[in-house]
Design a protein around this ligand. Structure first.
Ligand code: SF4
Length: 208
């Protein structure tokens, strides 16, 4: 608005919106996987999506050469999208293959994307079935990181919310810190809280 006099509010309302700032201009909720997988070394994030989703993750995270990745994408092909193939069956086959190869995985997140939502793939049912099949070694959960439902940190929020029902019940009054902080920041924060008399604070997600 440099160089122009401010308009009265009533006149402003009549002007067309040229550009809206805010949450619309950030990446979709899949990006939360980049910091969540660093925080949870026993977890694997399996995006059920398209090549676009795979490219987004790869370019956001960089390619890991020396370590086994802890996130990946099962690509929905045209036949899945057109309803010509049983996407549930192929998803479960891929999960079985992954878990047979990777004994270090304890938590598996099936992450919904725009394509899986458009074809209404029921990931919560798939997670239930897979959890029953792979319990007690692996717990399978699901949440949506799609750009239709989430932007940026909302994907992390959805992941944390998916973990809440599985938390152990307690009658203790506890402070729960929600959000993936770097380990060193988390340690400092817990030490500071203890120093001001708030002990027993817990963090979600936990490292294990
Ligand atoms: S979830 Fe949607 S917005 Fe995000 S990368 Fe995949 S297609 Fe794009």
């Amino acid at each position: 608005m440099t160089g122009t006099a401010a308009l009265p509010l009533a006149e402003c309302r009549d002007l067309p919106v040229l550009r809206q700032r805010g949450q619309h201009e950030v990446f979709c909720g899949l990006t939360g996987i980049i910091w969540l997988h660093r925080k949870m070394p026993d977890a694997f994030f399996l995006v059920v999506g398209s090549r676009t989703c795979a490219h987004l993750l790869q370019s956001a995270a960089g390619v890991m050469i020396f370590a086994e990745p802890r996130f990946g994408t099962v690509i929905l092909e045209v036949t899945d999208l057109a309803g010509l193939a049983d996407a549930h069956a192929s998803l479960e086959r891929e999960v079985d293959r992954l878990l047979a190869r990777r004994g270090d995985i304890r938590r598996l997140f099936l992450v919904g994307s725009c394509p899986s939502e458009v074809i209404k793939l029921d990931l919560s049912r798939a997670a239930e079935r897979l959890s029953a099949r792979h319990a007690p070694r692996v717990r399978v959960l699901n949440y949506s990181g799609s750009g239709i439902e989430t932007t940026f940190t909302e994907g992390e929020d959805a992941c944390l919310a998916a973990m809440v029902p599985a938390l152990p019940a307690t009658d203790d009054a506890q402070l729960l810190i929600a959000g993936a902080l770097p380990d060193v920041v988390e340690d400092q924060m817990l030490a500071l809280l203890a120093a001001i008399g708030i002990s027993g604070a817990v963090v979600l997600p936990s490292r294990r």
